[in-house]
Design a protein around this ligand. Structure first.
Ligand SMILES: Nc1ncnc2c1ncn2[C@@H]1O[C@H](COP(=O)(O)OP(=O)(O)OP(=O)(O)O)[C@@H](O)[C@H]1O
Ligand SMILES: [Mg+2]
Length: 329
């Protein structure tokens, strides 16, 4: 059974003018113990989708889906509040902007102790308090913060962004979630420290069977850590499949361009050469093309692309394109 099963989820930005379909009919599923990457360039709607899953979008956004199931429960039948209650018990999210998600008025220690999963605490309240403190220190060590005493006494503004990001990861892990949504979890960190965090997430996946949705714009990095991938472009579903399928034989021209622009695919290029990219840039919400939104940038585009393509499924490798590259391998 799927842990998370989302079909055709749309997110509309309600404004005084015409409503804007920021995310259009995107499907995503997660199995127990699966590590799925969600990739696409900046502005493709990855964070919006993640925020819709955990139910933290404000009233300006309207979320709709043909199917939104969590562990077999149909969440669309529930109110937003009820939905949030169920999801927040089992799902934790590492937000892309850690500074804005930590409470500026409370110390890191207090925030972390508060986040510790109550099910792991036993005894009287003073014993629980001690256990919370210990768990907080252990979590900080886990995410690579050795000097936990200084960190726990600090307020978020006293820490660097990279440290806040580590704290945010510790807070998410404190809740011992079944599914962890990690939105660019290492964006503010030095390259050498990124591997440490990804190794931690991989070990939690293997030892605790924690499912992870790893969000990134860096396709090549994500391929090292994931079993499956979902690709988005400008709020639309592009392609999904196993990481091997997607990286070795992408069916969508957009994924092909992402793969071709990765350094790994260009090892033969002379040093300091420019990597190949698609011309143009991702459209802004106010000027979304009709049909397939990649149309104006797509090397395969034809007249038919003004109509949004249906998702085709080839043995679990799904692609949404009128002129997929499937036949060209
Ligand atoms: N609070 C907001 N108000 C208005 N527009 C927003 C808001 N948040 C996101 N958007 C717009 O929605 C679209 C998708 O944004 P989103 O942040 O989900 O992209 P993303 O794929 O996470 O990008 P990145 O890789 O830069 O994090 C973008 O066009 C963005 O400008
Ligand atoms: Mg984002």
């Amino acid at each position: 059974m799927n842990l998370l099963d989302i079909r055709n989820l749309s997110i509309e930005l309600i404004s005084n003018k015409k409503p804007i379909l920021a995310v259009e009919r995107v499907s995503l599923s997660m199995k127990e113990g699966e590590v799925r990457g969600l990739v696409g360039e900046s502005g493709s709607g990855k964070s919006l989708l993640a925020q819709a899953i955990v139910g933290v979008l404000d009233d300006r956004w309207k979320v709709d889906a043909d199917r939104f199931h969590w562990r077999g429960n149909d969440l669309m039948r529930l109110s937003a509040e009820e939905r949030k209650k169920i999801i927040s018990k089992d799902v934790a999210m590492i937000f892309q902007e850690p500074m804005s998600c930590l409470d500026p008025t409370t110390t890191i220690g207090e925030q972390l102790e508060e986040a510790v999963d109550t099910e792991q605490l036993t005894g009287y309240f003073w014993q629980k308090k001690q256990q919370r403190k210990l768990a907080a220190a252990q979590l900080l060590h886990k995410v690579g913060i050795k000097n936990h005493e200084v960190c726990t006494k600090s307020y978020p503004h006293q820490l660097t962004e990279a440290l806040c990001q580590r704290v945010m990861i510790a807070m998410a892990l404190a809740r011992r979630p079944m599914l962890l949504i990690a939105d660019e979890p290492t964006a503010a960190m030095e390259t050498t420290n990124k591997g440490q965090i990804f190794r931690l997430l991989a070990s939690l996946n293997q030892l605790k069977n924690m499912s992870i949705l790893l969000i990134s714009h860096d396709l090549e990095n994500v391929t090292h850590w994931t079993d499956t991938l979902t690709v988005m472009y400008s709020g639309q579903f592009v392609e999904a499949g196993t990481t091997k399928q997607i990286f070795e034989k992408p069916y969508h021209p957009y994924t092909r361009a992402l793969v071709d622009s990765s350094p790994k695919a260009n090892l033969q290029l002379p040093a300091k050469s420019r990597l190949p990219t698609l011309p143009g840039s991702i459209p802004i919400l106010q000027h979304l093309p009709i049909g397939c939104r990649l149309g104006p940038r797509c090397p395969q585009a034809q007249q038919q692309c003004v109509h949004a393509p249906k998702v085709k499924n080839y043995h679990g490798h799904q692609v949404s394109c009128h002129f997929s590259l499937r036949g060209s391998y």
